[in-house]
Design a binder for this molecule. Structure first.
Ligand code: SAH
Ligand code: SF4
Length: 439
């Protein structure tokens, strides 16, 4: 979502005369779009700001101004604190008020420093300009569309409900219009995003509420849409019609990112996840029934307060039962203001480190096994960009694997049939299949 927000900020500021630069020293304006989810991510901002402050001073000495903006969830959570901790910061703007950037930048001058972390009442998306065809094209053939933001779940480890605010779904018509614009400019794959994307409840023109399955089915009927994905889902909102959509919508890719966090029911309860390990496994059984080749991905947290070795073993057992194609796993990080952080049974660093290493070794083994199992198969690949070597093009399999083949750059933006011949550690090598490649 931060990637999506950053592109919207770039579009917005493009209209104000700003252009993107790859070179920090050239920048009149630097925006750090920040993440508050774990302490490490949040702390990194301050070391980054320290470096930027030096660049700003050098530019000042040359009479060239440089403004520094902190955006995103650290901005939301820490607000004025950011201005106090780093004098070089001009403006702090939260994830629900970045559409006001042009105005705020005009106000933040002559040494005036500002914070805007309001949860705006107006629709942020309506206040943002549409990107041009050139802007869309430059970002490639796969694009994100935010359909839902915020979260009402309050898992006891998580800051998202505090930083992103309450669950809000965008109206169907807005999503369709944004998708149409992307497709018309050459985008072929749309990933619908939201902190709780499958909790989507958007209104159509008649004021009726649509769920995610209905939205996906509607988008799949649009000409030019080749592939659809959605992320991130919560198990509790994994409704049967969404599971069925994996059978009925051919354009919906067989890959589901469904975080489980832990395999222990005791820990899941303490995390306020509102489902058990068995519920999770049942969802996967039903998904696989709808779409037998569906690849699963998840997030895991090890070392939540009170987690015993036995709890952790239940996580390992669940992982063995599922067999994940890919995953993200983290050590629990106590976050200010969350119930988990208040608990007095925190797990020591050493145990967290050991558990994470064991879990990651297992998940990596499963990832490699999944990739190895694709060798010898014929799959569709959406080509996205030139490959690393001359004469190569690279793209994605339906299961989110990177695939490269010898091929014509003209094929970028199209889907072609590929025979997978080898699996490397991070990508698959394939061969274009003649007839289908031309079709
Ligand atoms: N809405 C999604 C996840 C959003 S946050 C869901 O409910 O699953 C992305 C991931 O960051 C989470 O799935 C979780 O694994 C991780 N995470 C969130 N808070 C964390 C914390 N305090 N410590 C470690 N990992 C955390
Ligand atoms: Fe955070 Fe996801 Fe839980 Fe919401 S559902 S509180 S975003 S982990």
């Amino acid at each position: 979502m931060n990637v999506y927000d950053a592109t919207r900020m770039a579009d917005l500021l493009g209209r104000e005369g700003y252009a993107e630069t790859a070179n920090e020293e050239d920048a009149d304006l630097v925006i750090l779009n920040t993440c508050h989810i774990r302490e490490k991510a949040a702390e990194k901002i301050y070391s980054e700001l320290g470096k930027l402050a030096l660049t700003k001073r050098e530019r000042d000495a040359q009479g060239r101004e440089m403004k520094i903006v902190v955006a995103g969830c650290v901005a939301q959570a820490e607000g004025e604190e950011v201005l106090k901790r780093q004098r070089a910061v001009d403006l702090v703007v939260g994830p629900q008020s970045y559409h006001r950037l042009p105005d705020l930048l005009r106000q933040a001058k002559d040494g005036r420093r500002l914070t805007d972390t309001e949860f705006a009442v107006e629709d942020k998306f309506h206040a943002l300009p549409d990107p041009s065809r050139a802007q869309i094209r430059a970002r490639g053939v796969s694009a994100f569309v935010t359909v839902q933001e915020g979260c009402d779940k309050f898992c006891s480890f998580c800051v998202v409900p505090y930083t992103r605010g309450a669950e809000v779904s965008r109206p169907v018509a807005d999503i369709v219009a944004e998708t149409r614009r992307l497709i018309d400019a050459g985008v072929r794959e749309i990933t619908l995003i939201g902190q709780n994307v499958n909790a989507y409840r958007g209104a159509d023109d008649k004021g009726r509420e649509w769920g995610l399955a209905r939205l996906l089915s509607h988008l799949a009927d649009m000409d030019g849409v080749e592939r659809l994905r959605y992320t991130t889902s919560h198990p509790v909102d994994m409704a049967q019609d969404l599971i069925d959509a994996h059978e009925s919508i051919g354009k919906l890719m067989p890959y589901v990112h469904l975080p489980v966090q832990s395999g222990s029911d005791r820990i899941l309860k303490a995390m306020n996840r509102r489902h058990t390990g068995a519920d999770y496994l049942d969802i996967i059984t039903r998904l696989r029934k709808a779409r037998p080749d569906v690849a699963m991905s998840s997030d895991f947290i090890v070392g939540f307060p009170g987690e015993t070795d036995a709890d952790f073993e239940e996580t390992m057992a669940l992982v063995r039962k599922v067999g994940f194609a890919s995953s993200f796993s983290f050590k629990y990080s106590p976050r200010p203001g969350t119930p988990g952080a208040e608990r007095d049974d925190q797990i020591d660093e050493e145990a967290k480190r050991e558990r994470l290493a064991a879990l990651q070794a297992l998940l990596e083994e499963q990832r490699q096994a999944f990739n190895a199992a694709t060798v010898g198969r014929e799959i569709d690949v959406l080509f996205e960009k030139p490959g690393r070597h001359e004469g190569q093009i690279a793209g994605k399999s339906p299961y989110m694997q990177a695939v490269h083949v010898e091929g014509d750059p003209e094929m970028i933006g199209s889907v072609a049939r590929v025979a997978i011949v080898a699996a490397g550690s991070n990508s698959l090598a394939g061969r274009l299949l003649g007839e289908e490649a031309k079709a």
